[in-house]
Ligand binder design. Sequence first.
Ligand code: S3P
Length: 173
Amino acid sequence: MTEKLKYKNIFLIGFMGAGKTTVGQVLAEKIGYRCVDPDQVLEEKAGSTISTIFSEYGEDYFRDLESKTLESISAGSGQVIATGGGVVIKDRNWDTMKEAGLTVYLKAPIEVLYERIKDSTHRPLLQVENPLERARELLENREHLYQKADLIIDSEKLSVTEVADELLKILNY
Ligand code: S3P
C-alpha cells in the first residue's frame, strides 16, 4: 500500500472542549491510524484521575507526568494524538510534537468552548468560583501558543466529521 500521509503522528491541540478527542477518533478511523488520548494513558499508568493528581500533588507534578507521557507515546507512529489543552505551555512538549509529527490547532471561540465544558467535573482548572472567567483568561494566555501549530482549523461552525474532512483536504489526502 502506498503511504498517503507523510506524518507519522498527528497531534490535535486546542483548548478544553475543542473536540480533540472526538475529532481524533473520527480522523483516526478515516486514515487508519490509532487515536490515542495521553490523559487517559496517564491516568491508567498513574492509577489515579487527573483531578486527584492535581489535588494531591499539584499542577507542576501533573505537567511533568504529562510531558513524560507525551514523550513515550510520541515514540510510536500511526497515531492521532488528542492532547490535553495545556500541553502547549511547555517548550519541551513542542520539541516532542514537532519532532514526531504534525500539529493541528482546533480553534473555537471561548463561548463555544465553554458551552461544551461548563458542566464537566473532571477538569480541575475549572473547579473555581467563576469558571467562565477562568477559562477566558486561560485561553487568552495560551492563544499565542496554540498559534504555533503547523495548521489551524477554525472548528466553530463545523461538525466533528467536517473538521476531520477539512484537515484531510488541506493535507491532500
Ligand atoms: C487541561 C486540559 C485537560 C487536562 C487537564 C488540564 C488544561 O485536557 O489535561 O485537566 O490545562 O487545559 P482536555 O483539554 O482534554 O480537557
